[in-house]
Design a binder for this molecule. Structure first.
Ligand SMILES: [Zn+2]
Length: 215
């Protein structure tokens, strides 16, 4: 079932690895198709992962298809799918520079135009929540904004996308703007962009940049 979607999900995992957002077995991507969610199996390294390894579960975690255990973060993904109507794909990583902000318990202010373009708001940080239950999903829901992008305190990041491509793109850009912000703020006080300019840039990016159907 969902062979084409499993292939796309597999390729999304490889994209995370290509951009150095994940290492060995960490991180995961899921894709929602109506009342089903396809997600990475738990603890399988990217080097041996195959499209046919992907697990299909329902929105309450019952396995519909697959021979392995789904990701340990499945409960987090499912909680968010059940509570965010527009969520079609979710990515979890420990990408380095974004996680530095999460570890420091600091949100990422909007310092540059690329951040304003893609996200349109500062990236918030959740309260601390343990892995493996709905607690992370609940913590994410408390702070998530229009960007669908959140830092998990002392842990990593969650990106909620309107599509698989949207989620992958935001996961990649998040690490880029995190890295830039980290260096910009090192030993310097940096003023954020004016909020009205952030709104203008974000609107412009989502309506005029690229070919069509940006984020
Ligand atoms: Zn994690």
């Amino acid at each position: 079932m969902y062979e084409m979607e499993k292939q796309l999900l597999y390729e999304a995992h490889l994209t995370l690895e290509k951009y150095d957002l994940v290492a060995y077995t960490s991180g995961n991507v899921s894709l929602r198709i109506k009342d089903h969610v396809i997600i990475k199996p738990s603890g399988v390294a990217y080097s041996v992962l195959k499209p046919s390894d992907m697990i299909i579960v329902d929105l309450y975690g019952n396995v519909i298809e697959g021979n392995m255990k789904p990701s340990v973060d499945t409960a987090t993904h499912l909680y968010l799918y059940r509570n965010i109507e527009w969520a079609k794909s979710i990515i979890h990583t420990h990408s380095t520079f974004a996680t530095v902000f999460a570890v420091r318990e600091k949100c990422i202010p909007v310092l540059c135009t690329a951040h304003a373009d893609v996200f349109g708001e500062e990236i918030p940080v959740t309260e601390y929540a343990p892995v493996g239950s709905e607690a992370i999903g609940k913590a994410v829901l408390k702070v998530i904004g229009k960007s669908g992008t959140v830092l998990l305190r002392k842990h990593g990041v969650i990106v909620v996308g309107k599509s698989l491509d949207d989620a992958v793109k935001k996961a990649v850009f998040l690490e880029e703007i995190s890295k830039m912000s980290y260096f910009a703020m090192a030993n310097h006080h940096v003023e954020p962009l004016d909020p009205s300019e952030v709104d203008r840039l974000n609107k412009q990016y989502h309506t005029k940049y690229g070919q069509a159907n940006n984020l």
